[in-house]
Design a protein around this ligand. Structure first.
Ligand SMILES: [Fe+2]
Length: 164
């Protein structure tokens, strides 16, 4: 089944990317006043997300929660240490200010992400009663309640997305 797993992972990657791309296309359509096209993009984005979820499950790469947390920690640590720094340098060299900010947010939030993952590896059932709050601009994550202003990008508490 190696060929099938490879095919599933190719379509998982493609579907995941399409899902995000179509959400951004929907935002652009909304800004242009094309609400129906925006709805279509959001519907397709949702379908692509479900496809990606199904493909990944079928590829059978889901392990125990502890092992999944360890994998996530490895991925996120790698991105922070080996991915973002050189990419930010490239964005600076290209004078790509928006790209630089986007990449810097990703790198800045890396330690927040790895802190939550590390904590969950030690005790995956801690803090079961609370919610997480995610900043829609920089991706900062807070537990319990959002800050009055995001310490990384200044977004108001009311804009944070609650994740239960
Ligand atoms: Fe933020």
């Amino acid at each position: 089944m190696p060929k099938t797993v490879d095919n599933l992972m190719k379509m998982f990657t493609s579907g995941s990317e399409s899902s995000i791309r179509y959400r951004v296309f929907a935002e652009a359509a909304d800004k242009e006043g094309h609400s129906n096209a925006a709805k279509i993009f959001r519907a397709i984005a949702t379908a692509k997300m479900f496809h990606a979820l199904s493909h990944f499950r079928a590829a059978n790469f889901v392990d125990s929660t502890t092992e999944n947390l360890k994998q996530a920690l490895e991925e996120e640590t790698y991105d922070c240490k080996n991915g973002y720094p050189s990419m930010i340098q490239d964005a600076v060299a290209d004078a790509a200010l928006e790209a630089r900010h986007s990449l810097e947010y990703g790198m800045s939030i890396g330690p927040v992400i790895t802190r939550f993952i590390s904590s969950a590896i030690g005790n995956p059932d801690a803090d079961e009663g609370g919610c997480y709050y995610v900043c829609p601009v920089c991706g900062n994550i807070e537990f319990g309640q959002p800050p009055a202003k995001c310490p990384f990008c200044g977004v108001d508490a009311t804009d944070f997305v609650e994740v239960a």
